[in-house]
Design a protein around this ligand. Structure first.
Ligand SMILES: Nc1ncnc2c1ncn2[C@@H]1O[C@H](COP(=O)(O)OP(=O)(O)OP(=O)(O)O)[C@@H](O)[C@H]1O
Ligand SMILES: [Mg+2]
Length: 318
C-alpha cells in the first residue's frame, strides 16, 4: 500500500461508533476520515470520550495511539505492556500492529515533537488505520504563533489535521475551551465535535457560532452532566449520553448527576428572595429579570411565581 493515495477508507464502510444514546455510522466519514474535537471544562468526561472512541475503533481494525500528558492513561493500562519505551519502539509497534493500544508518555511539547515526527513517518509508509488521541491538546497546539517546542508541536498537530487523511490517520483532540486553546486549523477542520457542560456564561460568545441555528442555548449547555455532550456530526446536532469506557469503568465510578435546582413555587421563591440584600433586589429591573430567566432557562409559570415573590418582598421591605 506504501506510497498510494487513499481516496476512500474502506475500513469506514462497515464501522460505527456507539455513543450510548445514539450511534454514528462511520460510512459518513469514508472520504474524509475522522477529526474529532471534544471541548469542556475539567471533569466533564473528555478523557472518557476519547478512550471510548479508542476502544471501539481498536475493536474494528484501528490501532489506537494515546498521547498521555498527565500519566493518567499509563495508570489505566498498567500491566498491559501498552506504554511505548521510545520513538523507535512506537514506530516498530505501529508497523507490527500487534497491540490494540499504545500509550505514549509526553509531558510537554518538547517530548511530543520526536514522537509526532516518528508517528508521521511510520503512518506515511504504512497507511493502515491509526486512531490518535491527543488528550489535553492545548499542551501541544497553540492558538497563536509560538516559538520553540510548542510552536513546532503545534505545526505537527496541524500536519496531522491536514495531511492525516491520506495516511489513514484519524484524530481526537480534547481542550478546555473553544477560544484561546487550540490552533484555529484544528477547529476549522473538525468534522465530529463534542461540547460538554459549560457553566461560565462569558464563554458563550465563543461557543454561540457553533450552536447557531441548532436551537440549543447556553441554558441547555449549563444543564449537561458529566458524560453528556452536544454532538455535532455529519447528521446534525444532538445530545448524547456516553457510556463509560472499559478502561475507566474499571477504576472510576460514574459521576453522580447533580442538576441545578431553581425555585419553582411562590413559597420557594419567597424564601430565596428573603435572603437577598435590598440594593441587589433594587437592581432586579424587569429587563435584568428577563435576561437572567432566559439564561437560566426557567419556565413561564416559574417566572411568574418569582415575580410575585419579588413584588411582595419589595413592598414588605418598603
Ligand atoms: N460517560 C460518563 N458517564 C458517567 N460518568 C462519567 C462519564 N465520563 C466521565 N465520568 C465521570 O467523570 C469523571 C471525570 O471524567 P474524565 O476524566 O473523562 O473528565 P475530563 O473532562 O477528562 O477531565 P479533565 O479535564 O480534568 O481531565 C470520571 O472519573 C467519571 O467519574
Ligand atoms: Mg481528562
Amino acid at each position: 500500500m506504501s506510497g498510494q493515495a487513499l481516496f476512500r477508507r474502506n475500513e469506514f464502510l462497515h464501522a460505527s461508533l456507539d455513543l450510548g444514546s445514539s450511534a454514528i455510522d462511520l460510512g459518513d466519514y469514508a472520504t474524509t476520515g475522522l477529526r474529532v474535537v471534544c471541548v469542556g471544562p475539567s471533569g466533564i468526561g473528555k478523557t472518557n470520550a476519547g478512550l471510548l472512541l479508542a476502544e471501539q475503533l481498536a475493536a474494528q481494525g484501528w490501532m489506537s495511539v494515546l498521547m498521555d500528558p498527565e500519566g493518567e492513561l499509563e495508570a489505566l493500562y498498567e500491566g498491559q505492556g501498552a506504554v511505548v519505551d521510545d520513538v523507535e519502539d512506537l514506530q516498530r509497534r505501529l508497523t507490527a500492529r500487534a497491540d490494540p493500544f499504545l500509550i505514549v508518555k509526553v509531558r510537554d511539547a518538547a517530548e511530543f515533537v520526536p514522537y509526532a515526527q516518528g508517528l508521521m513517518k511510520t503512518i506515511d509508509a504504512e497507511r493502515k488505520p491509526v486512531f490518535l488521541m491527543i488528550d489535553e491538546a492545548q499542551i501541544f497546539s497553540a492558538s497563536r504563533k509560538r516559538q520553540e517546542a510548542i510552536g513546532e508541536a503545534s505545526d505537527l498537530v496541524n500536519d496531522f489535521v491536514q495531511r492525516g487523511r491520506k495516511r489513514a490517520l484519524d484524530l481526537f483532540l480534547s481542550a478546555h475551551r473553544f477560544s484561546g486553546s487550540l490552533h484555529r486549523s484544528v477547529f476549522a477542520n473538525k468534522n465530529l465535535c463534542f461540547v460538554g457542560r459549560q457553566e461560565d456564561p462569558t464563554a458563550w460568545s465563543a461557543l454561540a457560532p457553533q450552536f447557531k441555528g441548532s436551537g440549543i442555548g447556553f441554558a441547555d449547555l449549563a444543564a449537561l452532566a458529566p458524560g453528556e455532550f452536544f454532538c455535532f456530526s455529519r447528521r446534525g446536532a444532538e445530545k448524547v449520553t456516553m457510556p463509560m469506557a472499559e478502561a475507566l469503568k474499571a477504576v472510576a465510578r460514574p459521576a453522580t448527576i447533580v442538576k441545578p435546582a431553581l425555585p419553582s413555587t411562590f413559597s420557594q421563591w419567597d424564601r430565596a428572595i428573603a435572603e437577598i440584600p435590598l440594593d441587589r433586589l433594587d437592581a432586579l429591573t424587569p429587563a435584568v429579570v428577563g435576561l437572567l430567566s432566559t439564561i437560566a432557562g426557567i419556565t413561564p409559570p416559574q417566572l411568574s411565581g418569582g415575580l410575585r415573590a419579588l413584588r411582595d418582598e419589595r413592598s414588605a421591605r418598603a
